[in-house]
Design a protein around this ligand. Structure first.
Ligand code: BDR
Ligand code: CA
Length: 315
């Protein structure tokens, strides 16, 4: 079967970076036709640089990287240096990448690509605030026809929030964008904290990655080691949740996950619960079932997949 065309829309971020590596390691499954970047964990000028660094490290300098929106649709920007470090990818040494930044704005790239694509052909993988994708839908609803599925990291139901008591970071940063995307009418698989908090990068798992010994594995182990410090203290767990790579893992091995189709709506008004994802898991409303909400993951299977794919670099 031909590789599935994907656009990864991200805000690297250590876990976004690992999602990029996992996708780059899987060319027989995924054809990365573009990497679009957005303001999120750190400002746009760093997220686009970080995405290009990951292309350099993985020797994929031919991949087109675009810079997109530098702020959310409505809200003021919110960043997360206190988790990711000032660079967004603390744990690797920063350098000026050779992978070029494309001239086109990410939203223009999304519109031109999706409008001209075969119907239902392109999978979008947002692992940051969904500003770029919402802006594309808003500017030209014709993009919808080209979308096969959206596989997003964002939201929370059983786990509560990680940036406010009831909101997950990506949705909290741009709740208006998340609302537009969830209601866009295309198939959506959402990875919320309910599953990503089960995928813990324990010391033993990070050591297995480091032992692979190639450049990508070393960068991954370095970044996860940094991530580990903050999140293990915060959650009292054995390792930090590895959020964003769950999206790519679902595309590679959907059998590792369980999902339930239901309505997900975003709180956009309340100061107290802004960005909350109201997941109608038990179908207690008649709101339309707009999202396949992920509720279970085989964490050991996930890490086995990650190790197997990262081992491919440098071989
Ligand atoms: C999400 O927020 C960011 O900090 C991570 O990169 C991930 O996309 C988790 O809430
Ligand atoms: Ca992210």
């Amino acid at each position: 079967m031909a590789a599935r065309p994907v656009i990864i829309d991200c805000d690297p971020g250590q876990d976004d970076a690992v999602a990029l590596f996992l996708a780059m390691a899987s060319p027989e499954d995924l054809e990365i036709i573009g990497i679009t970047t957005v303001a999120g964990n750190v400002p746009l000028e760093l997220t686009q640089r970080n995405a290009r660094m990951m292309c350099d490290i993985a020797a994929r300098k031919e991949l087109p990287v675009f810079a997109g929106c530098d702020r959310p649709l409505v809200r003021e920007p919110v960043t997360a240096e206190y988790i990711h470090g000032d660079t967004g990818i603390d744990g690797v040494d920063v350098f000026e990448p050779e992978t070029p930044l494309q001239d086109r704005h990410a939203v223009d790239f999304l519109i031109e690509t999706l409008v001209n694509a075969e119907p239902d052909s392109i999978t979008l993988v947002p692992t940051g605030p969904m500003t770029n994708i919402a802006a594309a839908i808003d500017r030209d609803p014709g993009v919808l026809r080209g979308i096969r599925r959206i596989v997003s990291m964002g939201g929370a139901m059983r786990e509560g929030g990680n940036r406010s008591p009831s909101a997950e970071f990506n949705v909290l940063v741009d709740p208006h964008a998340a609302g537009i995307v969830y209601d866009c009418g295309r198939p959506i698989t959402a990875m919320g904290l309910d599953v990503t908090h089960q995928v813990l990068s324990t010391r033993e798992r990070v050591a297995r990655i480091r032992e692979l010994g190639n450049d990508v594995a070393e960068a991954t182990a370095g970044m996860l080691g940094f991530f580990h410090r903050h999140d293990t203290a915060k959650y009292g767990s054995e390792g930090a949740p590895l959020h964003d790579p769950c999206t790519i893992a679902w595309l590679l091995r959907p059998d590792l996950f369980a999902t339930k189709r239901c309505n997900v709506s975003v709180e956009k008004e309340s100061e107290l619960t802004l960005g909350h994802t109201a997941v109608d898991f038990w179908h207690v409303t008649d709101r339309p079932h707009n999202v396949d909400w992920t509720c279970e993951v085989d964490a050991d299977g996930f890490y086995a997949l990650l190790v197997e794919r990262l081992a491919r670099f440098g071989s």
